[in-house]
Design a protein around this ligand. Sequence first.
Ligand code: ATP
Ligand code: MG
Length: 183
Amino acid sequence: MKFTRLRLLGFKTFVEPTDILIEPGLTGIVGPNGCGKSNLVEAMRWAMGESSHKAFRAQDMDDVIFAGTTGRPARNAAEVVLHLDNSDRTAPAAFNDNDALEVVRRIERGAGSHYRINGREVRARDVHLLFADASTGARSPALVRQGQIGEIVGAKPAARRRILEEAAGVAGLHARRHEAELR
Ligand code: ATP
Ligand code: MG
């Protein structure tokens, strides 16, 4: 699976609809402090189902919704859409029927989040399973937060083991085994 496109609406600083193509190769995002570079990476993590508001430097998950500025009212909803190219058919079996996947997370103020995959309403759990493998999970070491390198270096052994397991792709297996045990 590869990310091909990121669309944001009302997410943090991205109050206007914003559509970013993720081309093959290296993409750099530059801009002054506070312009929203980290918010973009957080939007990807959010659409991948991260459930801790702390991952978004927020007091509450509603804080990811555009909060308004002088002259611009706050929004009541935020939406992030992640497009994935699955032409290599590496998505987990439950989602592997399509060459392209569209994952949508939407939050309404005071009413929580909803997810859709290719237009179908799904559980957060389904989104977690889709992204559970190495390099795509919301908590995967492939997504490095600002300041996180220092945290990894200073991590306790158990936490460092989790990071290594995720990098090795074991986290996805754990998640699917847990799902199987619940059934
Ligand atoms: P730096 O170069 O300092 O790392 P950055 O480009 O990564 O900056 P971000 O951290 O992505 O910037 O963006 C921070 C900005 O996002 C702050 O100005 C903050 O006020 C704004 N912001 C965060 N949440 C919201 C929200 N819900 N509504 C509006 N603005 C928000
Ligand atoms: Mg930043």
